[in-house]
Design a protein around this ligand. Structure first.
Ligand code: HEM
Length: 247
């Protein structure tokens, strides 16, 4: 049987969720570029946008990855889970805008294809200080694209839930690549210890939340599974009558 494609069915909650998300993104970019140019008046708007879009996308990915365990730890946060896929697609679009600006700024003015230039201009894989970190960002962006492209219910039904879930587990590979992209790239020249520690704090938060949620589920599962009945307890259960039953 074939699965029919139906465009996103918007409702009031989805509109509110997306409006809040759009306002937060616009507010973040505004604050980032304004404070960035105040701190460093020589920085161009392109540079500020590359950094604002990249750090914004990275922050959003942390939120996407934290929502699942947070909802398992605190069910009252479940409304955040609703529409998480829109947040994931927005994360990809922010990453795409960041990557496109970065490729334009650093690779578009030569005489070779800019994408080819990203892949070939630096091949120093043996150097930590000069590692081609942009290629790691590109690999992560490709994974985020595949997930954004298959995030619609149509693909969930068409691919089947286990395959779709397995595919979307690659978000952790994208996250690992981005941790490396930031650590081997922007962090190499970061002089502020507070800013340099942010990716580490983000990673510790994501891992900590996943471990806490897994521990909670393990406790719930072990409470649910009853101990096997011994012969004596089975006999006691058989001879025990409910109070309202007349013997
Ligand atoms: C084609 C893909 C990508 C390319 C070519 C690329 C390139 C770059 C470059 C050149 C920088 C250094 C910018 C600077 O210091 O002025 C950078 C930084 C960064 N990138 Fe990417 N990137 C890509 C994808 C991504 C994606 C998908 C994310 C996140 C989802 C990301 C997150 C970041 C972050 C957080 C920084 C540090 C920003 C800062 O300095 O505040 N990048 N990237």
């Amino acid at each position: 049987m074939s699965v029919q494609y139906r465009a996103v069915s918007w409702n009031r909650q989805k509109r509110i969720y997306d409006s809040i998300m759009a306002c937060c993104i616009a507010g973040y970019l505004l604050i980032f570029t304004a404070s960035g140019s105040a701190a460093n008046p020589d920085a161009t708007l392109e540079t500020l946008l590359i950094r604002g879009l990249g750090s914004g996308a990275f922050l959003m990915l942390h939120i996407v990855l934290s929502i699942g365990p947070l909802c398992r730890l605190q069910p009252s946060l479940l409304p955040l889970l609703y529409n998480r896929r829109h947040l994931g697609v927005a994360t990809f679009l922010m990453g795409l805008a960041h990557g496109s600006f970065a490729i334009f700024q650093f690779h578009a003015l030569g005489n070779i294809n800019p994408l080819f230039s990203v892949l070939t201009s630096n091949t120093r894989y043996d150097s930590l200080a000069n590692f081609p970190f942009q290629q790691l960002g590109l690999a992560a962006l490709i994974i985020l694209f595949v997930m954004a492209a298959t995030s619609h219910d149509f693909w969930l039904k068409n691919l089947s839930a286990p395959v779709w879930k397995g595919l979307h587990m690659f978000v952790y590979a994208a996250y690992g690549l981005l941790i490396a992209h930031v650590t081997l790239g922007a962090l190499q020249s970061e002089s502020s210890p507070a800013l340099a520690s942010l990716p580490g704090i983000g990673m510790a938060t994501v891992i900590g939340l996943h471990l806490a949620a897994a521990r909670r589920e393990h406790l719930i599962d072990s409470k649910r599974s009853k101990p096997p009945m011994t012969d004596l307890s089975r006999l006691a259960a058989l001879t025990r009558f409910p109070k309202n039953v007349q013997r």
